[in-house]
Design a binder for this molecule. Structure first.
Ligand code: ADP
Ligand code: MG
Length: 239
């Protein structure tokens, strides 16, 4: 289990997170939503070790991880993707998958190749295995980035806006992939503005507004919560 207690993150005078307490159980598929600037990316960055919380604690299975660097946290089984995907443009799609696997070397060469091929197939990128990543569309790059994280079979997958700018066909494909990962027992925290996707695939929603947790519950309850409607969804989704 991943547990955050009173996590505060200050950037100079700005408080991006003002005491967030939330728990994520193993195997859960949680949507993290909220308006722009509400602290979603900052929360993922605190969990993944990119930022050190100013206050509070983050525990994975009872072990404090909030003072560990990103590499250590990655090795604990927490993988993340970024709002702007980070792939190696000049390398092929397949080579991109090898890079993260080489940094955590428990796989031999054959094992690495097998896993890469499986992941590309699941993401329907296998036809592009030998293409340089710079030839991929924005959406395909997002898929590749998720594939790169999956090479190390993280227990927790933190995804920052994976649907942003993704073509509808790829978006459906990505939704299916995430649903399959969830069914296979993966824990997922999904940050997304795509309300229809989030409501469709997540089993629980956590809503942030101005650095604070507004509500936390099953999608149908969150959708009806007046504080969420006011803070975020507005009239369009309220119905
Ligand atoms: N590295 C940073 N330095 C200064 N301010 C930041 C930094 N990262 C985020 N912020 C600020 O923190 C707040 C929350 O940002 P962010 O976590 O990116 O929100 P979200 O992902 O929900 O849109 C915003 O006001 C943003 O400008
Ligand atoms: Mg963000």
């Amino acid at each position: 289990m991943l547990e955050l207690k009173n996590v505060v993150k200050n950037f100079g005078g700005l408080q991006a997170l003002s005491g967030v307490s939330v728990r994520f159980a193993m195997g859960e598929f949680v949507g993290l939503i909220g308006p722009n600037g509400s602290g979603k990316t900052t929360l993922l960055s605190c969990i993944s070790g990119l930022y050190r919380p100013s206050e509070g604690s983050i525990q994975l299975d009872g072990r404090e991880i909030s003072r560990l660097g990103p590499h250590r946290i990655y090795r604990c089984g927490i993988g993340r993707t970024f709002q702007i995907s980070k792939v190696f443009a000049r390398l092929t799609v397949l080579q991109n998958l090898y890079i993260p696997a080489m940094t955590v070397a428990e796989l031999d060469r054959t094992g690495m190749q097998q896993r890469a091929v499986e992941i590309l197939r699941a993401l329907k990128l296998d036809q592009l295995a030998e293409a340089p990543a710079e030839r991929l569309s924005g959406g395909q790059r997002k898929l590749l980035e998720i594939g790169m994280v999956m090479m190390n079979t993280p227990r927790f997958l933190l995804l920052d806006e994976p649907f942003g700018g993704v073509h509808p066909v790829l978006k459906n494909q990505l939704e299916e992939y995430l649903k399959d990962l969830h069914l296979s027992g993966k824990s997922i925290i999904l940050v997304s503005h795509e309300m229809s996707s989030v409501f469709r695939i997540c089993e629980r929603l956590v809503v942030l507004d101005r650095g604070a947790l507004v509500t936390d519950g099953p999608p149908h309850e969150v959708r009806a919560d007046q504080r969420v409607v006011n803070a975020y969804l507005g009239g369009k989704h309220a119905a």
